[in-house]
Each structure stands twice: as C-alpha cells, then as structure tokens.
Design a binder for this molecule. Structure first.
Ligand SMILES: [Zn+2]
Length: 478
C-alpha cells in the first residue's frame, strides 16, 4: 500500500504537470462518473491546485468542483506525453486527464469522487486527522492529534496510528517501524500513552516520514545498508517475525490488528507491554545478527547510528550491542603477538569514529562507568536525563573541572596537577573523572591521532549541542 510519503511524491509530480493547466479531455470508467456527468463538469476547467492529505489526493478546479482519489492498495498514477505508449492496459484506466501537453492516467484505483466545494465539509475526508507530513506542523496540530488519540483511548496503538481519522499518512510498514523506534508495544491502548511518549511518537513519525518523502522510498529510512544486505529487509522489525531483534536478540513477533487484520511486527523485549515491568531478557543462545557485519569505518558509523548506542569491548552479559561483536576481523590467534587484528581495529575505531564524524558520533561514559559510542540523538536524550551542573558534583570532581576548564589536559598530568598520585587517592580521582563524564561536564577530545585521553569542557567541544538544548527549552512541545 502506498503510504503518506509516497502519495506526497506522486502529488508533487501531478502538481508539476496539472496545476494551472486546462483539462482538455476527461474520461472515467467509474459508473457514478457517467451518472453524475463528471466529464461535463471537469472538461475545459483549469486545475487550480493539487493537494495531498495523508494518503488522499485532491484536484481543485476553477469552477469549485474537486476531484478526489484514494489509491487504496493497488492504484497508481502514470504521467505520459501525448503520443507516448502506456505501460498498463487501457481497460484498467479508471481516470484519464488530458492537457495540452500530457496525458495523466489513474490505474486500478477503486476510490474517487467529484465533490462540489459546498459539500467538501460533509465529505468523508473532512474527518481526516492532521497530516503528519504537512510543512507547517504546529502546536494546534499536536493538540488535535492528542485529542483524537484520546477519543480512541481503548484502541491498540498498532490500529490507532494507522487510523487516518486520528493522524493521516502512516501505512503498514511505517506503523511497525515507528512503534519499534519509539519502543511502544502495538497492543498497548492509546489511552495508556504518557504525554512524553505521545510527543516522541509524533516526532519520530514525522521525521521518518519526512526522510521517506525526501529520499522517495524506505531504503534510507530504517536499517543501514550493511544490515539491509545481511537480512534482505528494509526495517528493524517489518517482515522479520521469528528473526532476532538487532537491539536485544529476542525473536521478533507478529500480531494481526485492525479491521483489515494488517500485520504488525514488534520486539516484545524492546517494546514492553508494561514499560514499568519489562519482560526479562532471555539468555542469548546465538550470536547477534549484526555479528561480523561491519568491515569499514563507514559501516561502523552506520552501525552506531542504527543502534543509537553501543558498547566497545566484548560483553556477553551486557544488554548493549558492541563494536567487538559487529566488526568482521579475526580475533587474536594462538601464538600471535600483540592485540590481534580485531582488538586493534576496535581500539582504533573507538577513537576514529568520533574524530572522523564529530557531528554524528559521541564517545563517552554512561552511568555505571561503561564506555560507549552513541548517536547525537541519543546523546541529547542522555544529556537531558543525566546532566548535572558541575556545582552539584562532588568536591574532587569540582576541583578537576576547574583545572580542565583552564586548558585541555591528559589524564596523567591531570592527576599530577591535583596531586592524587598515591594508590589510595587514585580510586577517588578515577571516580571523580568518571562523574564529570557521566554528568556531561567534560568530554574526551576528538582531536585525531593522539594516544590517550585529552579532557575538555563538554560545552567547549559541543557548543552546537548546547544551543540545541537552549532551543529545545524554548519550545518544549517538540
Ligand atoms: Zn529487541
């Protein structure tokens, strides 16, 4: 089924060909077209405007009639030159529109109406929810979507977000992928959404749909290319029931939902039905699917961005995917000196990734002290959750921060400057340094080709990030 982004691309094409053009000839196979004399009302008219709302197309004519079409699952619009041969059989043409230069044909679409302006407000399309792809999505659209979702508070999310009278534009593939990305179980009732979950749902929906629209398809929207190749699938969950989740290894499941029994795919661990009591993660008995899927630094970047956040070294008990599992290099062989190829790559790429892609990838430590690589999106989320002003950090951390603020400095000289070199004080020093990292007051410098860690104030390295937060504070609805 064409989804909102696809219809919008079609709308753009039809607008280029039809808008401000006069319809010289019109014919339609619909029975009601003859009964209602559509040809008489359409022929000779100028097309004032071609509009898209969700999956619906509207052609407004200068005499206040509007041609409405919906492609449902199998319809398609074709644009031809006047003498160009058609790619489909003429008997399947439902609507043919001719201008001075083009022939525009709607094949196989079962749904069309000719509506007068005075009756538009009573047409079924007047019940559509706000269009997620509209350019000027505003606070009132957000409010309207929230209210419409709450009217359907007993409806499961997998049905509700496909319901075009709640929000318009989401189709079956987007549905599963949006719910996975927002970690929402498809059987949760709409009414159980917190306002924050709702804001994230709309934000993610709009971003994925916008990307599908600008790239004209789903190839660049969900999985990175290396994982698409590994699975033969476009998405994290869509069409993958029985296969392991990329995030946690649990088997992807499928439920049928809604009046048409459409398939919804989801990960029962990553999208817990009850977020307060997520099901325990079963021991992984197999290698994760992404194992050995990364061969180059660029693929490593894709991997980090696809996962959001990854660990660096092997960690069989941990919940995070790791760079160690992902890279396709040989582990140290018996008798081999040094680190081995795999460890060498992992160790150098953990530095090379943020150094090469400083606007996309962040290296740091998370609560508990684990070293990770993450996307900027993830960083923003963790920052909001864990940032503490330095004045609220411990006394040693505050002293360290004062030194780092005066100029970037490496770990060993920092320890000497503050005079915490004996063994007892080392633990104290390490914990304070970690506290500054975990609370996002300092960052490791992205300066390439330096052995060891150089510490800089966080906002010095990420000023654009600080600006973003100021912006986000001013517009809390986003
Ligand atoms: Zn999962």
């Amino acid at each position: 089924m064409p989804e909102g982004p696809t219809i919008r691309v079609t709308g753009d094409t039809l607008r280029r060909v039809l808008q401000d053009q006069r319809i010289e000839h019109f014919e339609s196979q619909f029975k009601k077209a003859k009964a209602e004399d559509w040809a008489g009302k359409v022929q000779g008219q100028l097309v004032r405007c071609v509009r898209v709302h969700g999956k619906n197309l509207f052609f407004d004519l200068e005499n206040d009639w509007t041609l409405y079409t919906h492609m449902l699952m199998w319809g398609s619009w074709h644009v031809y030159g006047k003498t160009e041969p058609w790619l489909k059989e003429k008997r399947k043409a439902r609507i043919v529109i001719e201008t001075a230069t083009h022939v525009v044909v709607l094949f196989s679409a079962p749904k069309a109406d000719l509506i007068h302006a005075s009756a538009l407000a009573q047409h079924q399309t007047s019940e559509l929810g706000p269009d997620l792809l509209k350019d000027d999505w505003q606070e009132r659209d957000m409010h309207e979507a929230w209210q419409r979702l709450h009217v359907a508070s007993e409806t499961p999310l997998g049905t509700a977000i496909m319901d075009q009278t709640i929000v318009a534009g989401i189709g079956n593939i987007l549905k599963s992928e949006i719910l996975f990305k927002t970690r929402l179980h498809p059987l949760r009732h709409s009414g159980s959404l917190s306002h924050d979950e709702f804001l994230q749902l709309i934000d993610v929906s709009r971003r994925l749909m916008q990307l599908a629209y600008t790239t004209q398809g789903f190839k660049e929207v969900f999985l990175p290319p290396s994982l698409q190749q590994a699975t033969g699938k476009l998405g994290y969950v869509y069409g993958r029931s029985g296969q392991p989740c990329f995030n946690c290894g649990t088997s992807i499941q499928m439920v049928r939902q809604g009046p048409l029994e459409r398939m919804t795919f989801f990960c029962p661990h990553c999208q817990p039905f009850d977020p307060a009591n997520p099901p325990p993660l079963k021991e992984l008995t197999m290698q994760p699917l992404y194992a050995n899927s990364v061969h180059t630094l660029e693929e490593a970047r894709d991997f980090v961005l696809a996962m959001g956040m990854i660990g660096i070294l092997q960690d069989t008990k941990g919940k995070l995917p790791t760079l160690w599992d992902a890279v396709d290099f040989l582990d140290k062989q018996p008798g081999e000196g040094g680190w081995g190829e795999k460890m060498g790559k992992v160790w150098s790429w953990k530095n090379a990734l943020p150094a090469t892609y400083p606007d996309e990838i962040f290296y740091g430590k998370i609560k508990g002290g684990r070293a990770v690589l993450m996307s900027m999106e993830k960083l923003r989320a963790l920052y909001q959750q864990y940032h503490k002003p330095v004045e609220q950090c411990g006394a040693v951390a505050q002293q360290l921060w004062k030194i780092i603020q005066q100029g970037s400095i490496m770990t060993v000289p920092l320890r000497q400057v503050i005079g915490m070199t004996d063994r007892k004080e080392r633990g104290l020093f390490d914990r304070a340094l970690q506290e500054l990292q975990v609370t996002f007051n300092i960052a490791r410098s992205n300066q390439p080709d330096v052995e060891g860690d150089i510490w800089v104030p966080f906002t010095k390295q990420y000023p654009q990030f600080a600006e973003h937060l100021v912006h986000a504070d001013q517009t809390p609805a986003r």
